[in-house]
Design a protein around this ligand. Sequence first.
Ligand SMILES: C[S@@+](CC[C@H](N)C(=O)[O-])C[C@H]1O[C@@H](n2cnc3c(N)ncnc32)[C@H](O)[C@@H]1O
Length: 315
Amino acid sequence: MTREADHVPVLLDEVVKGLAVVPGETLVDGTFGAGGYTQALLGAGAGRVIGFDRDPDAIANGPSLVPDARLTLIHERFSQMDRALADRDLLPVDGIALDIGVSSMQLDQAERGFSFSNDGPLDMRMSQSGQSAAEFLNEADETEIARVIRDYGEEPRARSVARAIVAARPLTRTSELAAVVRKALGHHAGMKSDPATRTFQAIRIHLNAELDELEQGLRAAERSLRAGGRLAVVTFHSLEDRIVKRFLRTRSGATPAGSRHRPMAAAGPRPSFEQVAKPVSPSEAELARNPRARSARLRTAVRTDAPAWDQEKAA
Ligand SMILES: C[S@@+](CC[C@H](N)C(=O)[O-])C[C@H]1O[C@@H](n2cnc3c(N)ncnc32)[C@H](O)[C@@H]1O
């Protein structure tokens, strides 16, 4: 386990600004990771930060990365944050930050199996439980593998990649998977990005149900924020950004709740978010420092006093 905070936080100043921290407030960092956002929020005067992460390593390393009595760490998925906060009498909160995706600590540790450049076991599980990448790739049929690679990797040649994977089974190492994908798609020096990038991303998103987590996390945040509370969400690719954009558009009343099939539907619920800001991208200076920030987008909004649209599902 690493104890170094070798993850460079993305859009950090912009997130702190978007959360407009008032000293003494209680804030949630839904994706603690290496604690970069938490540290900045505490530095901005937060009275308390509740840090969530689904990765047990992130939670175990947290106290040494951010030694501060104002920090409470919870090993839980952010989609469950409202229940976890309610259990501790911490609702409602003043602000919530989500920084979607994997941390550099996860990517750089070969044994976690997220990386195609460092050989490791085909794992890719953020929570370190559930189905591993090896189990999925060795057991699923070609059509299912192709669907995952197409839908979550936006890989135009998903079928060819899936066929090559099935022909090469069993696969146990990330280097084997990377070699199979490169061979299927053709790889030559000078290519802008490794052809395995999209397939690795797709399998990771599928195994960790990341898009569903994001959908549910936004709803959990809506249930957790007080009126006037702020939400800041950083995403890393268009599939995720689209989910946040649509959620805030609908919740702020910019997209009517009725559909074109029900044009006369009664007015929908009152907007639960307002002041939805234009998306923010990293500055040139940040990109020069941290090329991994390339596709990051920040969206922020402020909670209104309207009830949450989806009340908590019965336990
Ligand atoms: C991009 S990193 C966050 C980095 C952090 N902002 C920092 O500055 O150090 C994302 C982290 O969120 C965690 N994560 C991803 N999905 C999650 C979820 N649904 N619930 C809780 N944690 C999640 C990952 O395990 C990872 O540690």
